[in-house]
Design a protein around this ligand. Sequence first.
Ligand SMILES: Cc1cc2nc3c(=O)[nH]c(=O)nc-3n(C[C@H](O)[C@H](O)[C@H](O)COP(=O)(O)O)c2cc1C
Length: 195
Amino acid sequence: MDVLDAIYKRRAVRQYRPDPVSRDQVRQVIDAANQAPSGLNRQPWEFIVVSGNKIPAMGKSYRSTLTEYLNNWEASPMSRSLNRDEFIRFSETYGGAPFVIVLHVKTDPVPNFQKADLESASAAMQNLLLAATALGLGTCWMTGPIRDEKTLREILSIPADHEIVAVTPLGYPEKNPPAPSRLDPELKEKVRWVD
Ligand SMILES: Cc1cc2nc3c(=O)[nH]c(=O)nc-3n(C[C@H](O)[C@H](O)[C@H](O)COP(=O)(O)O)c2cc1C
């Protein structure tokens, strides 16, 4: 798949089929992430590939952060693509995906380096999402689970000197949500041309 196709086809997938995903496929998407550009070529990203019983443990933790969000469900942008029960299932099981990938970086005490490392890790994350799309796999960039960071660190043995950047389920999509509309599709406000 052409990279532009992947960019336009990628969606935040919250419902997955139970079909297995091979370790080779997981390796392929992480290898694509590992090709991202990085500040000072530090390549700071690290990945944890989670499967089995650890996923419902992570789901219990994520679900515990959502009480207020679920109480205001109708106001949530998510309510346009799935119903409240479907979102609860997503939170508890990561949508039934066979793998969840957690991206983290070692914390750098120098703020500029830490900023560059987070930006580099974000580039890696987007590479991962696009590579997954190209392979017919679904993902959902998530930072919500980090709200219960202590539990997440305990479940996955993430050391205190590492910052958790993002989490994504990985699996075959059960449903691909429609693309949300763009805020400025004509790019009239977001772009300023300077001659
Ligand atoms: C930094 C970041 C954090 C996000 N956190 C969550 C999250 O915690 N839970 C979730 O369901 N979706 C999360 N999303 C997915 C967004 O809700 C989704 O990208 C957005 O609604 C646009 O939909 P699209 O990805 O299909 O274009 C996150 C996305 C980004 C980039």
